[in-house]
Design a protein around this ligand. Structure first.
Ligand SMILES: N[C@@H](CCC(=O)N[C@@H](CS)C(=O)NCC(=O)O)C(=O)O
Length: 211
């Protein structure tokens, strides 16, 4: 039996939960991390010594790092549309996954944590605004990429979407105005998000209250 450990409010856990929902992979979900705790027990640390979420557990096999978990599941279940076997097509998908971890997520971090996980009195509006501006600049790369294709890697939704979709959902729905910030309009990114929002798995896993 496949078990996914991690609270569903985590962007990295959402990637994995969206994938298993999207692909119809049977699984058990155990909520741990953040306010739920449970990631510092000897049993959990034996699976994930980082004390972070998500963690995949399948019989005696355990795995951490959300992007790696997604690639493992796609390989394990033969999801070749989501994760192509052609080397160049595969590298294109992986490139966007890496880009999400190294550029998009870090640019959004201060905005998300500042607005959602920080008490109003302690918020730093300038840092939140800078995060909003940086995120829009970074997403400009996606805006350009979508000029001639519906999905990041062509005609099909891939793991590239699964690695990035929740960040765009948050960027579009964060209460930026509380910090005096108005996000620029990125129409192709907004349309791309609207296509994601038509998918039941995305709605179920990602389109939750931002908490
Ligand atoms: N690179 C790791 C990052 C994992 C990570 O930082 N997870 C965060 C949530 S997004 C976490 O575990 N935070 C502590 C907690 O929730 O207890 C991955 O992609 O899986």
């Amino acid at each position: 039996m496949l078990t996914i450990w991690g609270r569903g409010t985590s962007s990295n856990v959402q990637k994995v939960l969206w994938l298993v929902e999207e692909a119809g992979i049977a699984h058990r979900h155990v909520v741990v991390g953040g306010p739920f705790g449970g990631t510092r027990t000897p049993e959990y640390l034996a699976m994930n010594p980082n004390s972070l979420v998500p963690t995949l557990q399948e019989d005696d096999f355990t795995l951490w790092e959300s992007n790696t978990i997604c690639r493992y599941l796609a390989n394990r279940h033969g999801l070749h549309t989501l994760y192509p076997t052609d080397w160049r097509a595969r590298a294109d998908v992986e490139r966007w996954m890496d880009w999400g971890q190294s550029l998009l997520a870090p640019s959004l971090h201060a905005g998300f944590w500042g607005l959602i996980r920080t008490a109003p009195a302690d918020q730093d509006p300038a840092a939140i605004r800078a995060s909003g501006e940086k995120t829009a600049t970074v997403l400009g790369v996606v805006e350009a990429r979508l000029a001639d294709r519906p999905w990041l890697c062509g005609d099909d939704l891939t793991l590239a979407e699964i690695a990035l979709g929740m960040h765009v959902y948050r960027w579009l729905h964060l209460p930026w105005s509380r910090a005096g910030h108005t996000p620029v309009s990125l129409p192709r990114v907004t349309d791309w998000h609207a296509r994601l929002a038509q998918r039941p798995a995305f709605r179920k896993v990602v389109m939750i209250d931002i908490v």
